[in-house]
Design a protein around this ligand. Structure first.
Ligand code: ADP
Ligand code: MG
Length: 394
């Protein structure tokens, strides 16, 4: 390999190697790394036939793996200290309880079903992607195992097929009925590019975003107000019902030029009017953001992020006081093109498009004021778009 990737240079490899040897797994044969992801724009529209624009971030799930002679799998993770996950590879793998091994099992089951060979193995996992923090550690975990298991045995499948296999593992072995965005981002992203994924047919293209003067800043609010009333399902079903009333397959088919007339349709409930307005305008904003980033018009792209936040807050109502505070504060600062909540909402992270030279001051400002307002430490880090999952022989 000519130059090491950011994942290969990471100091985390040291921890990974000691974890592997402390578990008495001998010498690793292969290493793999899969990034976390963040959605830059295109929120709550994957289930509306929309476009999403994620980036792989400079946080990684790493794995070290060695094949075994038998069909046994043994797993350890720095994020699940003291636990050894063990199972046999059979044709009837099934998830067990809430074990993190289910994600790995799901990937193995998918590979077997697709006709690939999977040997027994020992593997150790470490992660700089926060686990359960909305940056998709689960997709990274699936992707990294899929990738190393194929590589170590010299087998191949397309990246899109691997993303679909990992998505199915998440559905069937973790019980999460997710779209393809997370797995696609983690596997298909290329360095210096965002992934424009069309949720209608899973077609995708790379959208350039590489500029030494501009960074993506991820600001984790470290709160989660997951609504017990099924906030996500209510909105998704509301959108689907609205589409049905309007006689379209998905809200993607609503002509943005005729939005006002569409919203005046008396069959739509007031909630549906807000949902439709968010979905239709967010799909447009995503298209415009890709074009703006392509021509390096960061101020325009940032304005679209701000509008996205307002739409998610006022029309879709999935923000929360902490995310609003962060977005409001960031949006007014020198060197900030724009800021919005990212992910499902009700907590989690915000993303800002920031001039490199302003990152430090902005980080300090948000840390201080957020702590003063809410008594919580925000976790903030800078990233640029990374390449996706990859592996290398030990
Ligand atoms: P997110 O994908 O946003 O991080 P999820 O709830 O979808 O959150 O996935 C988190 C789950 O993924 C954890 O509960 C754990 O089972 C599994 N997981 C992810 N990374 C690791 C890791 N490094 N070690 C062990 N389990 C992990
Ligand atoms: Mg996840």
């Amino acid at each position: 390999m000519s130059t090491a990737t950011p994942a290969q240079q990471e100091i985390a490899l040291e921890e990974l190697k000691s974890l592997f040897s402390d578990a008495d797994f001998g010498q690793p044969e292969i290493f793999g790394a899969a990034p976390g992801r963040v959605n830059v724009i295109g929120e709550h529209i994957d289930y509306n036939g929309g476009l999403v624009l994620p980036a792989a971030i400079d946080k990684w799930v790493h794995v070290a793996l060695a094949r075994r002679e038998d069909k046994k799998v043994r797993l350890v993770s720095a994020q699940a200290p003291g636990q050894l996950v063990e199972f046999e590879i059979t044709d009837s793998l099934a998830p067990e309880g809430k074990s993190w091994g289910n994600y790995v099992k799901g990937v193995i089951a998918g590979l077997l079903k697709a006709g690939f060979e999977v040997p027994g193995f020992d593997a150790a996992v470490t992660s700089t992607v926060p686990v359960g923090g909305g940056l998709s550690s689960s997709a990274a975990l699936e992707a990294v195992f899929g990738s190393v298991l194929l590589s170590v045995t010299g087998q191949e499948m397309t990246k899109l097929d691997l993303a679909r296999l990992c998505q199915k593992a998440e559905h069937d072995f973790a019980g999460v009925p997710c779209g393809l965005m997370d797995q696609a981002a983690v596997i298909l992203c290329e360095e210096g590019k965002l992934l424009l994924l069309d949720c209608v047919d899973d077609s995708f293209q790379q959208a350039k975003f590489e500029d030494p003067n501009w960074s993506l800043l991820i600001i984790n609010s470290c709160v989660s107000h997951e609504l017990s009333d099924g906030g996500y399902a209510v909105r998704r079903d509301g959108c689907h019902d609205a589409a049905r009333l309007l006689g379209v397959g998905t809200l993607r088919e609503v002509d943005p030029a005729k939005l006002e007339a569409t919203l005046a349709d008396p069959r739509l409930t007031p909630d549906m009017v807000r949902y439709v307005r968010h979905a239709v305008t967010e799909i447009e904003r995503t298209k415009l953001a890709v074009a703006a980033l392509d021509r390096k018009d960061y101020l325009e792209a940032g304005k679209l992020l701000n509008e996205s936040h307002a739409s998610l807050r006022d029309d879709y109502k999935v923000s929360c006081p902490e995310l609003d505070f962060i977005a409001d504060l960031a949006q007014g600062q020198e060197g900030v093109a724009g800021c919005r909540m990212t992910g499902g909402g009700f907590g989690g992270s915000a993303i800002a498009l920031v001039r490199r030279e302003s990152v430090e001051a902005l980080t300090a400002l948000i840390e201080g004021q957020y702590k003063a307002e809410f008594g919580i430490e925000a976790k903030i880090f800078e990233t640029r778009p990374m390449g996706g999952t990859h592996c290398w022989m030990a």
